[in-house]
Structures are given as structure tokens and as C-alpha cells.
Design a protein around this ligand. Structure first.
Ligand code: F6R
Length: 610
């Protein structure tokens, strides 16, 4: 997670770059840097970098003056925090800042080394700088070279580029990572979020995935990925200087659903370019704790409990040790058997949930001293109470209905299952590599799922009129059905229940008629044929089915049977993908019903009372 700022103006932009970085420090602060084109004696590129806070960089930049520049504050992913790895990265006379993760950087790096480029950092960003340079060398113009470069990038990026040969232009581009352009009569700017731009303008333009914007002192030109010029709407930001911005979204919940590629990328960024899992992701003492672990007890509430339920499948399958999952408010009052060698895993977005905190203390009072918190808030009570910790990097979650916190918890739990599997010698090198590849690809895979939004919004129209809904899933997708039902209840107030599909015939089938929509999560796994039979049972009773299927689900759509196919089949990590359309479905059903999406009635974000 990093922050970028770009500025081109009539006046000195160095203070603008520095103030922008200060606003973006929440996105990372292990190094900061800037590059400018000075024009006093002909254009010349100058770069300053510092390992540490923006204040240190500002001290170095005391005398610097320029009208064009880029800046960056870093949260290290590829390569340790050091001056060498700090942005901007340079290739000859051009400089690049980048927020995101380039998945194919190793391939690019090898190819560019073959062409004679020397790499001086461990970052993925340096590959972008040299790639851009290689396109310029082949005779492309500045814009053409940026287009050619981004077309070769796999992964997520927001970049800002300047060149000594182009003293009147800055180019920015984005896909997957956020980028907003700020427009003013005195110049044009871009940054990772609006808070960094409020110092110079409130007129902002949100770039879409694939967009490239060419900034000059008095103009902004936007090109789509196919090279066509496009107008993006300019709006006036209402953001107060310290609020979490809503951007182009109607609600925080919608924003947070769409932030999931970024949130997962940031959460998984600590893997860096590693080829193997390190238990140390969970703390310095994790190797010892995990080797003492003989079984796992997961404790959580609500959505976090659903994440724990998915993890049970992963831990038992990947690590081969038993795992139980408890609702915190039940566990703390139940007389349970405390077995030695139990790792207590507490999951909480806020880290302040009273029941979860009390259940953790209860477990410790029973002598269960191996504990791990998976949490989104670093300094929270639950984190402080636990021996090991994994901090998810979802960023602040404002919408009461949890979305990005859930998928980042799943990512953390997948890493946990893999780490225990590794410590226990249950993880083959091939399985480890496959799992790492799938994890790293998650942000891109989720971005593709989000493209289903228009079709899901259409489904939601009919849905919103219903009083009840039934969600079905099997295996590790049963908790996903539970999560889909919870989301729908919470924000649209439609009564929803979830069942493992095999349980249907043992009771709930009695509820099924034309007024009870049935939503099925249907991944292409070993249980698919069984699930299809369960769905036939619904169809035979006149129930209307809405199926989120994988590729390869071969029943054709017909009256009363609606199917949306997920872009990719995702094996063990499939629950992370399959929850996303259910989040969108409840969001759009709530929109149609006109409820208060971000603050549903009777609920609160942090449940700090029992
Ligand atoms: C549902 C939701 C709640 C929380 C639950 C636990 O959308 O957000 O069910 O998951 O209150 O909260 P945390 O994770 O903060 O402990």
C-alpha cells in the first residue's frame, strides 16, 4: 500500500508534493521520495529519497524548486525499506512512481536484463521504468510508450511518470489501484486519493481502470485503454480535510466492495516476491507456536465467524489438524474442554468486539495460552491480548455491513492454513507454489468478478420485492451462503436463511414456493453434481433459482432458473471470489428498497458491549 502524488503547475510544486505525501502517509511510511524536472539551466531530472517519514524528505527538499514533479510514500512490498528501493525509480532520464503490485515483474525483469538494462532495486516498479524506456528507445512518443508499457503489465497499478525530454507533461495511468486527477486554473495534479489534492483544488476527476491521463499546465486529456479519448466527469469534492472519502461511490459499502482488489493486494503484499510461505507472517514467535499447535479453535462473531467457518475446511484439508469454530458469545459461557496444544484464533475486524475479547480471555483462563488475533486494527484490544497477530490491510471499513474486512480475513486465514501445513510438513512445494500463485492473483480475479455488477443489479430488482430468501451452498461454500444471507438481512431487511444444500430435504424444502427465491453458490467442485440434484428439488417445487456458478456448470438457463457464471474457477480459494456477488446482490436489493445502506437500523459498526 503506497501513496502517489503528481503535479504540474505555473508555480513551484515541491510544497504541493510534500503536503500531498503527508496526507497519504496512512498508506505507508517506510520511505518517501520525489522527482522533479528543473528547468533553470535546461531541463534536468532531480530525485530525492529518504528512508523514513515525509518530514525527512521535506528537510532535504528545502531549496528545491520546480513546476513538474512526482512523489511517493511507500509501504514496502518488493524489497526491504531502503533508499535503494524507495520510489521514484529511474531509467535514464525518466522517473516513475507506482502504487500496486505487478504480478509479471519477474518475467519483465528477466527480459529487460536480456536487453541490457541493469536493475539497482528489488522493486517491481523498476521494471516499469525500464520497460517504458525500452518503448521510448524503439521510437514511440511519450504517450504511446506509456500505453505500450501498461498493456504489458499484469496486476494492479497506479503510476505517475515524468521525463527530462518532456518538461511540460506528466502522465498518469491506473488499473486496480486508485487514482484521482485534480484540476485547477493554476495547474493539474493527481494523487492516490482526494485528501492529498484538497490543498490545491476541489475539482476532481476519478480515472477508471485502464485510463491514461496526460497532464499539462492547462489541460488534462484522458485516453481509454484502447487509445480513444474519453471525458470523465469532473465533480466538486465535499470532503472535509480529515474524513475518509466516498469518491465516486454512492455508499461506503459499495466503495468497500469495490476496494476489495486493493484491500487483498495490500493484505497479501507482505508476501512480497517470496517463493515460499513464512510462518513469521504471524509474528516472530510463530514458528514455535505453530509447531506446538495440535488443533485450532477459532472464535469470532458475525461475518468474522463466517470467515472462521471457511477456514475450518482449509485448516483440516491443508494442515491436516482438527479445527473447531465457535461463536464468541456462546463459547464464553459454555463449559468446554480445554485441550492442551490448542491454538486459539480470534478473528475481528474492529478488534474491540466485547464478546470476542471476553471469549479470548476466557480461553486463556482455561489455560489455552497459544493465541493469534486476525484483525484490521493494529492497536486494538484483541490484538494486544494475543500472542501472535496478523493485521489485515483492508483500511478503515465504514459501512456497517462488513465486506472487504471479510475477504481480507479469508486471505489471512488461507495463509494461516498454509503456514500450519508447512510447519507440520503437510505442504508439498508444488502445493505451496500453486497456493501462493492463486493468492497473488486474487486481486485481479476479484476485479473480474466485480464486472458482474450490472447483471446482479438486474437480479436485485425482482429480489427487493420478496419477503424471504433462502441461500444454499455446500462444503466450504456453506459459510459463504450464510454470509450472503447475513448481508441481505442486515441492509435490505429481507428475511434470509442459509442451509447446506444437502439439508434442504430435511425441512426447509417445505418453505419453497414461487415467492421464495433460492440463491445457490455453485462452484465447480467435487460436490457440484450433488448440488445440482438439490437444485432440481427446488425447481420441482416451483421455486425460483438464482445460481452463481463457475465455468463448466452446464444446466442451461430457463424460466425460473437464472445463472451467472463466475469468470474463473478458483479451487480452494473459491469462497473468496464467491462471496463478492452475494455482497453486490444485497447492496443492490437494499438500493431498490431505499434503506440506509451504510447505517442499517438497530446496528452499530463496533459492538463493544455484550
Ligand atoms: C456483519 C458484521 C458483523 C461483524 C461482527 C463482528 O456485516 O459486520 O456481523 O462481523 O459484529 O465484528 P468484528 O469483526 O469487528 O469483531
Amino acid at each position: 500500500m503506497c501513496g502517489i502524488v503528481v503535479a504540474i503547475a505555473q508555480q513551484n510544486i515541491v510544497p504541493v508534493l510534500l503536503e500531498g505525501l503527508r496526507k497519504l502517509e496512512y498508506r505507508g511510511y517506510d520511505s518517501a521520495g520525489l522527482a522533479v524536472i528543473r528547468t533553470q539551466e535546461g531541463p534536468s531530472l532531480e530525485r530525492l529519497r529518504s528512508v523514513g517519514r515525509v518530514a525527512e524528505l521535506a528537510a532535504q527538499a528545502d531549496d528545491l524548486q520546480a513546476q513538474l514533479g512526482i512523489a511517493h510514500t511507500r509501504w514496502a512490498t518488493h524489497g526491504i525499506p531502503s533508499e535503494r528501493n524507495a520510489h521514484p525509480h529511474i531509467s535514464d532520464q525518466l522517473a516513475v512512481v507506482h502504487n500496486g503490485i505487478i504480478e509479471n515483474y519477474e518475467i519483465l525483469r528477466e527480459r529487460l536484463q536480456g536487453e541490457g538494462y541493469t536493475f539497482v532495486s528489488d522493486t517491481d516498479t523498476e521494471a516499469i521504468a525500464h520497460l517504458l524506456h525500452s518503448h521510448l528507445k524503439r521510437g514511440q512518443d511519450f504517450v504511446g510508450a506509456v500505453r505500450a508499457t501498461v498493456s504489458e503489465l499484469v496486476g494492479a497499478y497506479a503510476i505517475g511518470v515524468i521525463s527530462e525530454h518532456e518538461p511540460d507533461t506528466a502522465i498518469v495511468a491506473r488499473s486496480g489501484s486508485p487514482l484521482v486527477v485534480g484540476i485547477s486554473p493554476n495547474g493539474n495534479f493527481a494523487a492516490s486519493d482526494t485528501s492529498a489534492l484538497l490543498q490545491v483544488t476541489r475539482e476532481v476527476m476519478y480515472l477508471e481502470n485502464g485510463d491514461i491521463a496526460v497532464l499539462t499546465r492547462n489541460n488534462v486529456r484522458v485516453l481509454r485503454a484502447d487509445g480513444q479519448s474519453v471525458q470523465r466527469p469532473v465533480s466538486t469534492s465535499q470532503l472535509s480535510a480529515d474524513a475518509v472519502e466516498l469518491g465516486q461511490y454512492r455508499h461506503y459499502m459499495q466503495k468497500e466492495i469495490f476496494e476489495q482488489p486493493r484491500a487483498l493486494g495490500d493484505t497479501l503484499a507482505m508476501l512480497g516476491g517470496a517463493h515460499s510461505i513464512s510462518p513469521q507472517l504471524f509474528g516472530a514467535d510463530a514458528q514455535r507456536v505453530l509447531s506446538e499447535t495440535q488443533r485450532v479453535l477459532i472464535i469470532a462473531c458475525g461475518t468474522s465467524w463466517h470467515a472462521g467457518m471457511v477456514a475450518r475446511y482449509w485448516i483440516e484439508e491443508i494442515a491436516g489438524i482438527s479445527c473447531s469454530v465457535e461463536i464468541a458469545s456462546e463459547y464464553r459461557y459454555r463449559r468446554s474442554v480445554a485441550e492442551p496444544g490448542t491454538l486459539v484464533v480470534v478473528i475481528s475486524q474492529s478488534g474491540e468486539t466485547a464478546d470476542t475479547l471476553a471469549a479470548l480471555k476466557h480461553a486463556k483462563s482455561l489455560g489455552l495460552n497459544l493465541s493469534l488475533a486476525i484483525c484490521n486494527v493494529p492497536e486494538s484490544a484483541i490484538v494486544r491480548e494475543s500472542e501472535l497477530r496478523f493485521i489485515t490491510r483492508a483500511g478503515p471499513e465504514i459501512g456497517v455491513a462488513s465486506t472487504k474486512a471479510f475477504t481480507t480475513q479469508l486471505a489471512a486465514l488461507a495463509l494461516l492454513a498454509l503456514s500450519i501445513g508447512k510447519v507440520k510438513g503437510k505442504l508439498s512445494p508444488e502445493a505451496e507454489k500453486d497456493a501462493l500463485d492463486s493468492l497473488r492473483h486474487l486481486p485481479v480475479a476479484i476485479a473480474k468478478v466485480l464486472e458482474l455488477e450490472p447483471a446482479i443489479a438486474q437480479w436485485a430488482q425482482g429480489f427487493a420485492m420478496k419477503q424471504h430468501a433462502l441461500f444454499l451452498g455446500r462444503g466450504m461454500h456453506y459459510p459463504i451462503a450464510l454470509e450472503g444471507a447475513l448481508k441481505l438481512k442486515e441492509i435490505s431487511y429481507i428475511h434470509a436463511e442459509a442451509y447446506p444444500a444437502g439439508e434442504l430435504k430435511h425441512g426447509p424444502l417445505a418453505l419453497v414456493d414461487k415467492d421464495m427465491p433460492v440463491i445457490a453458490v455453485a462452484p465447480n467442485d467435487a460436490l457440484l453434481e450433488k448440488l445440482k440434484s438439490n437444485l432440481q428439488e427446488v425447481r420441482a417445487r416451483g421455486g425460483e433459482l438464482f445460481v452463481f456458478a463457475d465455468q463448466g456448470f452446464e444446466i442451461p438457463e430457463s424460466d425460473g432458473l437464472h445463472i451467472l457464471r463466475m469468470p474463473e474457477n478458483y479451487g480452494l480459494l473459491s469462497p473468496v471470489l464467491h462471496v463478492v456477488p452475494l455482497q453486490l446482490l444485497s447492496y443492490h436489493a437494499a438500493l431498490v428498497k431505499g434503506t440506509d445502506v451504510d447505517k442499517p437500523r438497530n446496528l452499530a459498526k463496533s459492538v463493544t458491549v455484550e
